[in-house]
Design a protein around this ligand. Structure first.
Ligand SMILES: Nc1nc2c(ncn2[C@@H]2O[C@H](COP(=O)(O)OP(=O)(O)OP(=O)(O)O)[C@@H](O)[C@H]2O)c(=O)[nH]1
Ligand SMILES: [Mg+2]
Length: 401
């Protein structure tokens, strides 16, 4: 699973990314600072099963902090998108190509309204961030429309002559965008499009198809960034009124707190609603002042920086993700080296025991026999849908074929 961090230029996408991954990436207050995408590892936070199962765990692929599991997830920060990008403006389609594989999107906006539609600095509050959200979505739709429209007439004529299926054609065209055959079917059904005569679809209908396909396959939330600035709260309210999922964010504050924690200056973990200076005497006046501002403008105002929240919501709410703990010994909850609850994997909602096997190791999937639920000792078949926080042993024959 991959989540893309998108938005117009200069809104704080890379700051959000850096705060979430602690990767050092270029950040600056002008548009198009990022050109090549940044890929990194963030963590989602979820309640670990160690306490419930009465064990002390020794995690390997993840971390357990006071009963909270931090599970690695991949995110990608891309170049800013401007109006006309689908026709080559700004950095053009480059941005869109970089998020093809994303399963969900975090759209970062400058909630303070201090950057115009192209990301240039303007007086705070003078630009309406609602315009940015609509622009980014529309550009995405135009891009998908463009991919489909390119050879639409020729392709549909040929489909009608040979008896080919338009669903196959669309799924094939969009396969690189993480759009499945089932997704295409669902959208066509929803829009009541005539599959027997696709050549009769109007441009409006094809565009509508792009809009609905985006909504289904690239669910998104708005990270209302720069929430610490005075002009932000009113815009955050307005963004919420559109019915979108909105998470107020202060990425810069998160980055500052994480760095301060790394240097031992404060007690803080991502997602915490507050922080505490470890030794106030050690702080320089500038550091003390910066932390006081963060406390006042972010922690007290919003109950946290929102960065961890946005990541958690992208995976758990938009993608209905589940976290599953595979083990080799279902009574001791260990792997072959005796590590207790070594791994936690994040899977799409609806994933099966066989999907888990595939995630652990392709060979395990090829020789899969059945799985065992460590809580109940019950056998689970390949198609058994797993639940969040399941602890599962996979039994395989070890022999291919
Ligand atoms: N006040 C405030 N400023 C922020 C926040 N997050 C980012 N910024 C500032 O916004 C500016 C742009 O940040 P970037 O992270 O480079 O923005 P971007 O969206 O990646 O920009 P491009 O790569 O050019 O598209 C920088 O000056 C950041 O310091 C925030 O939470 N609050
Ligand atoms: Mg950037």
């Amino acid at each position: 699973m991959l989540v893309g961090v998108v938005g117009k230029p200069n809104v704080g996408k890379s700051t959000f990314f850096a705060a979430a991954t602690m990767k050092d990436v270029p950040i600056a207050d002008f548009p198009f600072t990022t050109i090549q995408p940044n890929v990194g590892v963030a963590h989602i936070k979820t309640k670990c099963v160690c306490r419930e199962m009465g064990v002390t765990d020794t995690p390997r692929n993840s971390a357990c902090v006071n009963g909270t599991r931090l599970v690695p997830v991949k995110i990608v920060d891309v170049a800013g998108l401007v109006e006309g990008a689908s026709k080559g403006k700004g950095l053009g389609n480059q941005f869109l190509d970089d998020i093809r594989q994303a399963d969900a999107l975090i759209q970062v906006v400058d909630a303070s309204g201090s950057t115009d539609l192209e990301g240039r600095k303007v007086p705070p509050g003078s630009h309406d961030p609602l315009e940015d959200v609509a622009m980014v979505e529309h550009e995405f739709d135009l891009w998908m429309f463009g991919i489909l429209k390119r050879d639409w007439e020729k392709a549909t004529r040929s489909l009608e002559q040979t008896g080919g299926k338009v669903v196959d054609h669309l799924a094939e065209r969009l396969s690189g965008l993480s759009v499945s055959y089932g997704d295409v079917e669902q959208v066509i059904l929803h829009l009541h499009l005539r599959t027997e005569k696709p050549s009769s679809w109007t441009d409006d209908q094809l565009m509508q198809f792009a809009v609905e396909t985006r909504r289904l396959t690239k669910p998104s939330l708005v990270a209302a960034n720069k929430a610490d600035l005075p002009s932000s709260p009113a815009n955050i309210e307005a963004l919420r009124k559109t019915g979108r999922k909105v998470v107020p964010c202060a990425s810069e504050a998160e980055l500052l707190l994480r760095k301060a924690a790394e240097h031992g200056l404060v007690e803080y973990a991502p997602g915490d609603p507050s922080f505490a200076p470890k030794d106030p005497q050690k702080l320089s006046p500038a550091q003390a002042n910066a932390l006081r501002m963060v406390d006042e403008k972010v922690m007290k105002a919003y109950g946290g920086t929102g960065v961890q929240d946005a990541i958690n919501q992208a995976f758990f709410d938009l993608l209905s993700a589940i976290v599953v703990f595979p083990v080799e010994d279902e009574t001791r909850l260990t792997d072959k080296d005796g590590r207790v609850l070594p791994d936690a994997f994040i899977l799409k909602g609806g994933s099966t025991a066989l999907d888990l096997a595939r995630t652990v190791h392709s060979e395990l999937a090829e020789t899969f026999l059945y799985a065992i639920d460590a809580r109940t000792g019950k056998r689970l078949g390949a198609d058994h849908k797993l639940s969040n926080r399941d602890v599962v042993k996979i039994v395989s024959s070890g022999k291919r074929g």
